[in-house]
Design a binder for this molecule. Structure first.
Ligand code: SAM
Length: 234
C-alpha cells in the first residue's frame, strides 16, 4: 500500500514501461509499479548505503530482482541515456531535485516524462524545467496527514508561452495549480501568507520576540523537511 503522495506520483507513470526512480529509498514506488503491471521494468537509484540496502532487500523479498535494478550512486549518474522512459524524483527538496536534473542533463535525452515531487521549493523545479525545455503538462497538489505535497509532470518541449505573463507568480504557485485552486492549494498558501504576515507585523511593531517565534516556526518546518530527505541516514 503506497502513501497517497507516492500513489499520486505512480499514477503519472503508470502508462510507461521503463521507469528510473531516483532517491528510491525502500524502492516502494518501482515495486508498486512492477506489481501493478507485469510489463514494467525499473531502475531504483540510491546514493546512501542504508536506503540502498533497504531497496535491495525490498526488491528481493518481492521477487522482483529480474525487473528492478537497484543501483547505488548519485542522481542520474546511475543510468545511461535512453535507458528509461520516465524519471521520478520524489520526497526531496526542490533545490536538490533541480540540482540532480542539472547535474544529470546529459542522461535525459530519450526520457519522455519527468514526474517530480518536491517537498518544498517547487519554484526551483519549475524554473529548471522552463530553462531546460521541459513542458509542465500537469500539476497535482495533495494533502496527506496535514502535509501538502506538489507533484509536477513534465515532457520535453518548449513552455515559454505559458510563462509569458505573470512569470514569477506562476513559478512560485504553479501555472496549473493557481488556475485550479483546489483545497490543498488554498490551505498551503493561506498558511504561508499568514506566516509571512506574522513575521512582518511583529517586525513592524518592533516585537523582536514575536518575529523570532514566527521565524522559529518556519525553521522547525524546514528542519522537518530536510530531515525527511536525509531519513535513514540521520
Ligand atoms: N523517493 C522516496 C519517497 O518519495 O518516499 C524516498 C524519499 S527520501 C525522503 C529521499 C531519498 O533520496 C533518501 O533515501 C536519500 O538517500 C536519497 N537521495 C538524496 N540525495 C540523492 C541523490 N543525489 N541521488 C540519489 N539519491 C539521493
Amino acid at each position: 500500500q503506497l502513501s497517497k503522495r507516492l500513489a499520486c506520483v505512480a499514477a503519472h507513470v503508470s502508462d510507461l514501461n521503463m521507469v528510473a526512480d531516483i532517491g528510491s529509498d525502500h524502492a516502494y514506488l518501482p515495486s508498486f509499479l512492477c506489481l501493478e503491471n507485469p510489463q514494467v521494468k525499473a531502475i531504483a537509484g540510491e546514493i546512501n548505503e542504508g536506503p540502498f540496502q533497504a531497496a535491495k532487500s525490498q526488491v528481493s523479498q518481492l521477487g522482483l530482482t529480474d525487473r528492478i535494478d537497484v543501483r547505488k550512486g548519485s542522481g542520474l549518474d546511475i543510468m545511461a541515456p535512453g535507458e528509461a522512459e520516465a524519471v521520478t524524483i520524489a520526497g526531496m527538496g526542490g533545490g536538490l531535485i533541480a540540482a540532480i536534473l542539472e547535474d544529470g542533463k546529459e542522461k535525459l535525452p530519450g526520457v519522455t516524462r519527468l514526474v517530480l515531487q518536491p517537498n518544498n521549493a517547487a519554484r526551483a523545479v519549475r524554473e529548471w524545467l522552463l530553462e531546460n525545455q521541459w513542458m509542465l503538462l500537469k500539476e497535482d497538489i495533495i494533502d496527506e496527514n496535514n502535509k501538502i505535497y506538489e507533484v509536477l509532470i513534465a515532457e520535453p518541449g518548449l513552455d515559454q508561452h505559458r510563462y509569458q505573463k505573470d512569470t514569477e507568480k506562476k513559478l512560485l504557485l504553479g501555472p496549473h495549480l493557481m488556475l485550479e485552486q483546489n483545497e490543498a492549494f488554498i490551505h498551503k498558501w493561506t498558511e504561508e501568507v499568514e506566516n509571512w504576515k506574522r513575521v512582518l507585523v511583529a517586525l513592524e511593531q518592533g516585537k523582536e520576540q514575536e518575529a523570532l517565534q514566527a521565524r522559529k516556526g518556519m525553521l522547525i518546518k524546514k528542519i522537518e523537511m530536510v530531515q525527511e530527505v536525509l531519513c535513514n541516514d540521520t
